[in-house]
Design a protein around this ligand. Structure first.
Ligand code: NAI
Ligand code: UGA
Length: 477
């Protein structure tokens, strides 16, 4: 345990009680019992859920931490102004989605929520504050935000960049034991003091050598670059998966051999149906837009290819299903196992399952979806948005099921889209009894025992693995 230099009675407010605001502040409250942490949000149902037994997000270990601190030094409220007024340090962890309309639509970050939060801070703050960018934002956002904050001319603000690197599903362990904490500040006296103040909070549990301090722009850019590099690795291994299928090599063997080179490393080399999640695509597109704005067209194109490859991987998976099922899936029942963008989360933002499902609907398949954590309403919302059909139309093609077994009843194929652990231990013998023959498995995550499935009689396609001789591969995907 590191020494505790934080002033007693320090008050922290976080604007935005989402996947980042909730877990990061809960961990901070746990590690800094003498600090008061208030999380505020404009969403009344979200705050009500944070104050209930059913938290609004599923994240392993979160429940325990929230219940240990809530009502002691951790509070959830819709009183945004009060939270701002009382705080010494204000984190802003609001959403920064890709812009849908106007200049930069489809690429640039939409900073509307950030600006609204900043204007609220400017109008109600009466004493100097340290304002911390927790959301992922384009470079130079701190500068713009500082201008908005100081526009009201009421008090002084120091704006810091402190990007978050947690991954969903492992958020609590990532926060407890981060590879690094990055803090960017202005290189002047008050900037340095603000950086030191925030570093002291993290030093409650993060070793000092892992708390990196830098200037604001380097910090803002590092976050976009980190996500782009991680996504680039996934697209690279997915590109390799296509070579493996065409050549008979095994993507997991290639990843193992390549990853043992300590300069490359073994993480993020798992071939899949394509990466999802709220941030990879958004942050790459944001970087692409920045590059284009700076006249760096070739750099923009380089990073954009990561997204292109990801889109191609999702389409490749769908094509394998269609060609595998004798070139048509019209009227055929397909059990789609997994709707979350990865295991151990109920989050579906940019999940590959959405696009896979949209394409299968387009092909007039009958899709039966099972996911252990995703709410039914969320699936209907995602599919109506993706297909631009109303719910009744979508329901002509899609059924939601309470188990993988139910989804597989009468199905021609199982398609694994999320690597939930429970899919590894299903009784595939029993499942096959209730499926149409020949029964197919399309393993988009390489989590199943393909040899065992083939022994049971399944025809199996697995991403980046030597192709099953019984699979229709007349068309290369
Ligand atoms: N989801 C993740 O795993 C990670 C997300 N990030 C970044 O963190 C930011 C937040 O992401 P999430 O937590 O996933 O978003 P989210 O959508 O789950 O949560 C954002 C919250 O902010 C609230 N909000 C928006 N405007 C507000 C305002 N003016 N006043 C008060 N509350 C307001 C919304 O009601 C919502 O509850 C994004 O910039 C994202 O790129 C960074 C690292 C990881
Ligand atoms: O800025 C963010 O939002 C976060 O984005 C990612 O975290 P997250 O999206 O929650 O989850 P990841 O574990 O990175 O997975 C992203 C996607 O890539 C896929 N993936 C990941 C790794 C891999 O080897 N193969 C692969 O297909 C996952 O299944 C998932 O769909 C980063 O890992 C975090 O560091 C970052 O803070």
């Amino acid at each position: 345990m590191v020494s505790n230099p934080v002033q007693t009675g320090l008050k922290i407010c976080c604007i935005g009680a989402g996947y980042v605001g909730g877990p990061t502040m809960a961990m901070m409250a746990l590690k800094c019992p003498e600090v008061t942490v208030m999380i505020v949000d404009i969403s009344v149902p979200r705050i009500a859920a944070w104050n209930s037994d059913e938290l609004p997000i599923y994240e392993p270990g979160l429940d325990k931490v929230v219940k240990a601190c809530r009502g002691k030094n951790l509070f959830f409220s819709t009183e945004v102004d009060q939270g701002i007024r009382d705080a010494d340090i204000i984190f802003v962890a609001v959403n920064t989605p890709t812009k849908k309309v106007g200049m930069g639509a489809g690429r640039a970050a939409d900073l509307t929520y950030w600006e609204l939060a900043a204007r609220r801070i400017a109008s109600v703050a009466e004493t100097p504050k340290v304002v911390v960018e927790k959301s992922t934002v384009p470079i130079k956002t701190a500068e713009a935000i500082s201008a908005v904050l100081h526009g009201a001319g009421k008090t002084r603000f120091d704006v810091l960049s402190n990007p978050e690197f947690l991954a969903e599903g492992t958020a609590m362990t990532d926060l407890d034991n981060p590879d690094r904490v990055l803090i960017g500040g202005n290189m002047n006296e008050s900037g340095n003091a603000a950086v030191a103040k925030l570093a002291d909070v993290y030093a409650h549990w993060v070793p000092r050598e892992r708390i990196l301090t830098t200037n604001v722009w380097s910090s803002e850019l590092s976050k976009l670059v980190a996500n782009s590099f991680l996504a680039q690795r996934v697209s690279s291994i997915n590109a390799v998966s296509a070579i493996c299928e065409a050549s008979g090599a095994d993507v997991d063997e290639v990843a193992r051999a390549v990853g043992m080179d300590s300069r490359i490393g073994s993480k993020f080399l798992k071939a899949s149906v394509g990466f999802g999640g709220s941030c990879f695509q958004k942050d790459i597109l944001n970087l692409v837009y920045l590059c284009q704005s700076m006249g760096l067209a070739d750099v923009a194109e380089y990073f954009h290819s990561v997204v292109t490859m990801n889109d191609r991987q999702k389409e490749r998976f769908v094509s394998r299903i269609i060609h595998g099922l004798f070139n048509t899936v019209t009227g055929k029942r397909i059990a789609l196992l997994g709707f979350a963008f990865k295991k151990d989360t109920g989050d579906t933002r940019e999940s590959a399952s959405i696009e896979i499902c949209r394409r299968l609907i387009e092909e007039r398949a009958s899709v039966c979806i099972y996911d252990p954590k995703v709410e039914a309403d969320q699936i209907w919302m995602d599919l109506t948005a993706a297909t631009k059909l109303d719910k009744t139309e979508v329901q002509k093609y899609v059924t939601l099921c309470d188990s993988a077994y139910e989804a597989a009843l009468g199905a021609h194929a199982l398609a694994i889209a999320t690597e939930w652990d429970e899919f590894k231990t299903l009784d595939y013998d029993k499942i096959q009894e209730d499926m149409v023959k020949p029964s197919f498995v399309f393993d988009g995550r390489n989590v199943l025992d393909h040899g065992a499935l083939r022994e049971l009689g399944y025809i199996v396609y697995a991403i980046g693995k030597p192709l099953d001789p019984k699979l229709n591969t007349s068309i290369n995907c």
